[in-house]
Write a protein that binds this ligand. Structure first.
Ligand code: SF4
Ligand code: SF4
Length: 381
């Protein structure tokens, strides 16, 4: 299909044009983590996507005006040609290229090859689910922490430390590790630290012992942020934790969902409108056997429906209508709601935490207004 015609179809449906494609290049992984939402492992049922197909997809997404590629898996470094794919994305003119990896398979040879790319748009996102081996290895298996740290040090020694983002999945057993993780990142001269709450799907939904943190844990984290200046200083320099960022949100959301800015293609050829919104009834399948423009055109009516639902969520939920965070949260992430409850109109699965933070913000604001009325602050500015 003509790429311009496909982009026109997306525009007609008022879907945002795709910008960054998360491309799963293999379903296999050297680990078999307890919380893996794609069920990857050493003997994954989906193996590496043929390199020829991946080269074609990279070219086609660029023609569709895509600017960014995130290579993921499974473990992308398990793909025999991952380095060639990164080189190809660079040669095609992508402005950002990201590797989402467990960090264990970096060798001196492939670190040198990444350095030679000399590409400022490269990010290496390494999963680290704790600042110590017992916490990280509890979900990732013995030796995983040591292996990840070896990879991180290799990258740092190769001059790529600032390209690394450490990514922690927030769980009940590790949320308290966030300050220590920031310290570790600082010591290792890493670029940044980001976290995201566990989604109850994939292996994390199958009676796994891992669980999302409790509301009380998040309240303690917020309290620590307010009362611990060294933690706050490190966080402001390196960190990005949703629960801490929600406190700063003030402007109303103009778009409830970013469809279709960040689509996601699985190693078995299913195309989803977003990496967090992977419900099969809203996927285009068989994409490895068709051109990407046709796949986007085929998905447009499905994602149009989903987008319309995303815009109704805050109105559909009685809790949202009463909530002080309604304008900035608007029902939260629809992908997470779908993954955890199967219902696109349900509230975000972190609703209790969000509500507590928004109510706290509102009480701080009203206390401030009581002590410093608006006229007073305006007069003194
Ligand atoms: S979470 Fe990541 S490292 Fe762990 S099994 Fe899944 S793909 Fe592999
Ligand atoms: S915090 Fe919960 S109730 Fe409030 S707007 Fe978000 S999803 Fe709705």
């Amino acid at each position: 299909m003509n790429p311009t015609a496909a982009l026109d179809i997306l525009r007609e449906k008022r879907l945002l044009a795709p910008e960054t494609l998360t491309l799963a290049i293999t379903g296999t992984c050297n680990l078999q983590c307890r919380h893996c939402w794609v069920n990857a492992g050493p003997s994954g049922t989906v193996s590496a996507v043929p390199t020829r197909t991946l080269f074609r997809l990279l070219e086609e997404f660029r023609v569709l005006e895509g600017n960014g590629i995130r290579f993921t898996g499974g473990e992308p470094l398990c793909h025999p040609d991952w380095l060639e794919l990164v080189r190809s994305a660079r040669a095609l003119g992508y402005r950002s290229i990201s590797l989402q990896t467990n960090g264990m398979l970096f060798t001196e040879h492939n670190v040198a090859a990444l350095r030679e790319l000399d590409f400022p748009g490269l990010t290496i996102q390494i999963s680290l689910d704790g600042a110590t081996a017992p916490i990280h290895d509890l979900v990732r298996g013995r030796g995983a922490f040591a292996g990840a740290l070896d990879g991180i040090r290799r990258l740092r020694d190769g001059g790529l430390g600032k390209r690394i983002t450490l990514f922690m999945t927030e769980m009940r057993h590790n949320l308290e590790e966030i300050p220590a993780l920031l310290k570790l990142a600082n010591e290792l001269e890493i670029g940044s630290v980001a976290t995201g709450t566990l989604v109850r799907c994939g292996r994390a939904a199958q009676g796994s012992p891992v669980a999302p943190p409790t509301l009380e844990q998040y309240e303690l984290l917020v309290h620590r942020f307010d009362s611990d200046p060294p933690f706050r200083e490190l966080y402001e320099r390196l960190g990005n934790v949703a629960a801490l960022e929600w406190r700063r949100e003030t402007s109303p959301r103009t778009e409830c969902c970013t469809f279709l800015q960040n689509p996601y293609l699985t190693p078995d050829g299913r195309l989803y409108p977003c990496v967090l919104c992977h419900a099969d009834r809203y996927a285009v399948s068989g994409v490895l056997q068709k051109d990407l423009a046709s796949a986007f055109a085929e998905g447009a009516p499905l994602w149009d429906t989903l987008k319309t639902m995303s815009q109704c969520r805050a109105e559909a939920n009685a809790a949202c209508r009463e909530c002080p965070g309604r304008l900035t949260c608007a029902g939260g992430c629809m992908g997470r709601a779908l993954a955890s409850s199967g219902d696109p109109l349900a509230v975000d699965d972190r609703c209790d935490v969000r509500q507590a933070i928004y109510r706290r913000n509102r009480s701080i604001t009203s206390t401030r207004e009581r002590h410093f009325p608006k006229e007073f602050t305006e007069d003194t500015e």
